[in-house]
Design a protein around this ligand. Structure first.
Ligand SMILES: Cc1cc2nc3c(=O)[nH]c(=O)nc-3n(C[C@H](O)[C@H](O)[C@H](O)COP(=O)(O)O)c2cc1C
Length: 292
């Protein structure tokens, strides 16, 4: 495996931006609606965005200084004039219009109108929200922290969520947001986007409540398997208990296990792999230990 090592000071800012944006991805998109002090509305997307705290609920996004010309974006100017923002999440059905709204229109141009989005009045803040967005956050801006003064510098807009609006069609039977219905999009490097739906979505049991045994305690023949992948080992290491020798022995009688044992270690590992991928992780570890 050959590695290219890059000193950020040795390449141009656009090249550096290219590496950072392709590698730090997928990034969620804050579709930010703001006002200037004259009350003119602005709407722009920002993928330097995330949540950083639940109590209090804090979102942060970053309008950068332009690399070319070092000018600032209207969104930054606006939050410094009126410390309020409506942050809207973006799903697949909004993505082309959202992209259009990122056009660098001159000051005073309302991108809700340009991009054809519905302006819905907010309850506690002045900037309107995007009617098409599955979820919108009414926020007050607590602080703006510049990360530098040159082109490419960020400005961390630290926002406290005051009110959340959720379109009910995206809720499940328990009233929680349903990830499979949201169909959110995220930004990658270059012009790439990513759609959180279909095969792109998968679940992993959380190790938060349980303490996994760890990959390190698995026998070397399992850890160094040429069949099992890193993901397979991660699942095995996430099990809470090592099976007892009686539990292991009970599996020896199964016909498909016997057949695999007769064919050798590789066949057994293939069988275990198929069981792990079918969610039968405990059983998979038992048969792997038959051979180990
Ligand atoms: C999906 C997407 C994500 C973007 N993320 C950012 C970002 O995080 N920071 C940034 O400065 N510009 C980002 N841009 C570019 C801005 O949206 C663009 O410069 C916009 O015109 C700024 O508008 P304004 O000057 O009205 O605030 C993004 C554009 C798109 C399409």
């Amino acid at each position: 495996m050959s590695i290219k090592t890059i000193d950020p000071n040795s390449i141009s800012i656009p090249d550096l931006q290219g590496y950072l944006q392709a590698a730090v991805a997928p990034r969620p998109i804050a579709f930010a609606s703001t006002l200037d002090k004259e009350g003119q509305i602005n709407l722009s997307p920002f993928s330097f965005f995330n949540m950083f705290s639940t109590n209090p609920p804090i979102l942060v996004f970053s309008p950068s200084r332009r690399v070319r010309g070092n000018s600032t974006k209207h969104t930054l100017d606006n939050v410094l004039e009126v410390a309020e923002v409506s942050i809207n999440v973006v799903n697949y059905s909004m993505v082309e219009q959202m992209s259009l709204a990122s056009t660098e229109y001159e000051k005073g141009v309302n991108e809700f109108i340009k991009a054809g989005f519905t302006q819905v009045p907010s309850t506690l803040i002045q900037p309107p929200r995007v009617g098409e967005a599955p979820v919108s956050f009414e926020c007050k801006v607590l602080q703006v922290i510049p990360t530098g003064s040159e082109g490419g510098a960020g400005n961390l807009v630290i926002c406290q969520v005051l009110l959340i609006h959720v379109q009910e069609q995206y809720l499940d039977a328990n009233g929680r947001l349903d990830t499979t219905k949201l169909d959110l999009v995220a930004r990658m490097g270059g012009n790439w986007y990513c759609r959180a739906s279909g095969d792109a979505l998968f679940e992993i049991p959380k190790p938060l409540l349980t303490k996994g045994i760890g990959v390190d305690v698995l026998p070397a023949s399992i850890r160094n398997s040429t069949v099992l992948t890193g993901n397979n080992l991660g699942r095995l290491g996430n099990l809470e208990f090592f099976p007892t020798s009686e539990e292991i022995a009970t599996l020896r009688t199964q016909t498909e296990v016997q057949a695999a044992l007769q064919q050798g270690a590789e066949a057994l590992h293939q069988l275990a792999k198929s069981w792990i991928e079918a969610g039968k992780t405990e059983e998979a570890l038992k048969i792997l230990l038959l051979e180990a």
